[in-house]
Design a protein around this ligand. Structure first.
Ligand SMILES: [Zn+2]
Length: 106
């Protein structure tokens, strides 16, 4: 749906995104591949520390509920949740979580 795509494209500008990003940071480290300083973050799923750039922002409660799509208002409310509803996670951990959510969908 047009409105959903539009809001998704810009949701990283929602205040909670930057608040959660800051919250999950765990100092700085040196990326061995480039030798450059970079941010570290703690994964909200496996609790391991890793390079922030290898992580994504996850909605603890999936934006599209496993019980069904719901209304546009429900979608917006879940997408634009507060910082507590978000967690920084490894891309690999995110994929596993999304797959298990998809498996619970009918
Ligand atoms: Zn992880």
């Amino acid at each position: 749906m047009f409105v959903e795509r539009l809001v998704r494209r810009h949701w990283h500008r929602w205040f909670a995104y930057s608040v959660a990003k800051e919250f999950y940071r765990a100092g700085k480290g040196i990326n061995p591949a480039t030798g450059r300083e970079c941010y570290l973050a703690v994964c909200g799923i496996c609790k391991e520390t890793g390079f922030e750039k290898e992580m994504e922002m996850d909605h603890k409660e999936p934006v599209i509920s496993v019980k069904g799509r719901g209304t546009l208002e429900q979608f917006i409310t879940r997408l634009l949740c507060g910082p507590d509803g978000l967690q920084r996670v490894h891309k690999t951990c995110h994929v596993k979580k999304t797959n298990s959510e998809n498996a619970r969908r009918e």
